[in-house]
Design a protein around this ligand. Structure first.
Ligand SMILES: Nc1ncnc2c1ncn2[C@@H]1O[C@H](COP(=O)(O)OS(=O)(=O)O)[C@@H](OP(=O)(O)O)[C@H]1O
Length: 287
């Protein structure tokens, strides 16, 4: 913990709400059920957006659930102490969130038909988003500059480890019928079609106009983020908490260009090509 992370099996985690005991117990003992839906992302890839969409699909577009129950209770995190305790004895179909790399996910996932939605995002934007988010957090090692965070990110010395390893690990599930891969960029570009795709995957029917308002981490205000310096929504702030149409939440995907130097952009391109050369290009619609 002394370096600002809680390490487990070589992967850095936040220091709050994460313990090796819970991570180990979840990995060994948590029982995924066929009726569960797992929302899976690397941090800062649009998790909250996806959770709200899936919750709205489950509630047939009725916003009451998302407006009255905190997001972490609607879709608890299997790897956190609070989330794991909320999930372990829960019955019935329910949502679960995780950022875990494949080697740390509860092993029962691989013997269940639980549906998994893996949302990926341009790692350059993930990097910038993570830099701003962790800079205002009180529970993770704070980067001193984007330059420093860039180095950490490339080496995988950031919470949940390497983006490149996360993608490689989970892409081994590609092609399984209970594994849906989506990108933030597609979701932003054509929200309606992607929401329909999610409905189809989940076997749910929802009229697009049933989608109404959303909520997010506004309840955490003042506890874990220094909100004088920023919020989970870097750009949209409060406006994003209650917009009537999901697609209006989307952020400019080229934002990373405002933060990378030319040299960083070139270096990242090269690293991306080297590390991801074995995966089909069409998986990465931002490239
Ligand atoms: N509703 C909605 N629509 C579009 N985009 C959204 C939405 N909610 C969150 N976001 C953007 O997602 C980024 C945060 O990612 P996560 O939700 O994965 O964060 S976390 O890892 O769970 O903390 C963060 O991206 P950046 O703005 O680029 O930092 C959020 O703005």
């Amino acid at each position: 913990m002394s370096d600002g992370y809680m390490w487990f099996e070589g992967v850095p985690f936040p220091t709050m709400d994460f313990t090796p005991e819970v991570l180990r117990e979840a990995q060994e003992s948590f029982a995924f059920k066929d009726e569960n839906v797992l929302i899976l992302t690397y941090p800062k890839s649009g998790t909250n957006w996806l959770i709200e969409i899936v919750c709205l699909i489950f509630s047939k577009g009725d916003p009451k659930w998302i407006q009255s129950v905190p997001i972490w209770d609607r879709s608890p995190w299997v790897e956190t102490e609070d989330g794991y305790n909320a999930l372990k004895d829960k019955e019935g179909p329910f949502l679960i969130s995780t950022h875990l790399p494949i080697q740390l996910i509860p092993k029962s996932l691989f013997n269940s038909k639980a549906k998994v939605i893996y949302l990926i995002r341009n790692p350059r934007v993930v990097l910038v988003s993570g830099y701003f988010f962790w800079s205002i957090s009180t529970f993770v090692k704070k980067p001193e500059s984007l330059e420093q965070y860039f180095e950490w990110f490339i080496k995988g010395n950031v919470v949940y480890g390497s983006w490149f390893d996360h993608i490689h690990g989970w892409m081994s599930m590609k092609g399984k019928e209970n594994f849906l891969i989506l990108s933030y960029e597609e979701l932003k570009q054509d929200t309606r079609s992607i929401v329909e795709k999610i409905c189809q995957f989940l076997g749910k029917k929802l009229e697009p106009e049933e989608l109404n308002s959303m909520s997010n981490y506004s309840l955490l205000r003042g506890q874990t983020l220094d909100e004088k310096k920023g919020s989970i929504m870097r750009k949209g702030s409060k406006k994003m908490l209650c917009l009537p149409n999901i697609s209006e939440y989307a952020l400019p995907s080229g934002d990373w260009k405002n933060h990378f130097t030319v040299a960083q952009a070139e270096a990242f391109d090269k690293i991306f090509q080297d590390k991801m050369a074995d995966l089909p290009r069409e998986l990465f619609p931002w490239q």
